[in-house]
Ligand binder design. Structure first.
Ligand code: MRU
Length: 332
């Protein structure tokens, strides 16, 4: 079993690791109100698309227990928290339907949580054979257990390959501005003893020129039917660099990340976050007080730069994605 669990539901409370405090402090917050859970998603106490989806499913459970909301009112509050992550909408809607049908919402949310964990484990099993013996792999942001409840998406094949003794080393992009790579991915890898090295985001080009990188693997927040996908800002430039250097570029995701309703990446809503995330560092100003800043939380990588998607059902090339999703009943 992976050593980390991002959240759990116990005694009517949603318990979450406060990811803003890692790696210095491991603090667990107990959430009992819809408003608290919505704020925890918005302020990135919990983060990573699949974890956001599960947290939102349990947030619907909290609203149901609280009273004072219709299912649709609660769902609307949650849908506005982090608009890029498709998993958010899936997690909310699964519990909204159960609520409206009068079914057991705790069971439905827990089944959803368990399904995400199982899917991520399957991603690990399908993805691990990609790693040659003594592989060096580059990853961006945190697509580990913290981002998916357990296992991870990009980190799941890394975990499985490591346990099989076939992976010596992970290059970890720092991931400005909120440092999900250096704070969270490095923390998860260290917890499991997986060798890794952190690099500044802008060192990735030089890394690919000078060091051995066998493959790049990342997660996603939303994947369209054409295979264009949104992920943490900085992913696109890693994909361009991988292409330039002839390094395979893989994207790992559970079904909830695939959006069957849109084809082009240009239709993905991209969240823009506060200026202060860019103009401060650890709460200390790092830019002139009145300089404007642009802070898109995600970018969009075109399908042509993706070698393959690692799904719970196996590997899929971008050109085969539409047919693959249609066969599963996921595409329109
Ligand atoms: O803004 P964040 O930290 O929620 O962004 C997370 C990412 O971009 C992850 O790579 C993505 O959600 C995939 S996680 C399995």
């Amino acid at each position: 079993m992976p050593s980390v669990q991002a959240l759990w539901f116990a005694d009517g409370k949603l318990c979450v690791i406060d990811q803003r405090r890692l790696p210095l402090d491991r603090v667990v917050l107990e959430l009992t109100q819809l408003s608290e859970a919505a704020e925890a998603i918005r302020n990135m106490t919990v983060r990573g698309a699949p974890t956001i989806g599960v947290a939102a499913a349990y947030a619907m459970v909290l609203a149901h227990a609280q009273g004072g909301y219709t299912a649709e009112q609660a769902a609307e509050i949650l849908r506005s928290t982090r608009p890029t992550a498709h998993d958010l909408f899936v997690g909310v809607d699964i519990v909204r339907k159960a609520w409206e049908d009068g079914r057991d919402v705790v069971k439905v949310a827990t089944d959803y949580r368990n399904s995400i964990v199982e899917q991520c484990h399957a991603i690990g099993i399908h993805g691990a054979p990609l790693f040659p013996r003594d592989a060096n792999v580059l990853t961006h942001c945190n697509a580990g257990a913290l981002a998916t409840v357990e296992w991870g998406t990009a980190l799941a094949p890394i975990r499985v390959a490591w346990r099989e003794g076939r992976l010596p080393h992970v290059w970890v992009d720092e991931t400005r501005p909120l440092l999900q790579g250096s704070r969270l991915t490095a923390w998860e890898l260290r917890e499991e003893g997986i060798p890794h090295t952190i690099l500044a985001d802008n060192a990735a080009g030089f890394l690919l020129q000078r060091k051995k990188v066998d493959l790049v693997i990342v997660g996603a927040d939303r994947i369209t039917t054409s295979g264009d996908f949104a992920n943490k800002i900085g992913t696109y430039e890693k994909a361009v660099l991988a292409h330039e250097h002839g390094v395979p570029f893989y994207v790992a995701a559970p079904w909830s990340t695939f959006d069957p309703t849109i084809e082009s990446g240009s239709a993905i809503p991209i969240e823009e976050r506060a200026r202060e995330e860019v103009t401060t560092f650890g709460g200390v100003p790092s830019a002139p007080a009145d300089s404007p800043a642009w802070n898109p939380a995600f970018d969009v990588t075109p399908a042509r730069l993706v070698t393959a998607f690692i799904t719970p059902g196996g590997m899929v090339r971008p050109g085969d994605l539409k047919a693959f999703l249609k066969n599963r009943g996921e595409a329109h």
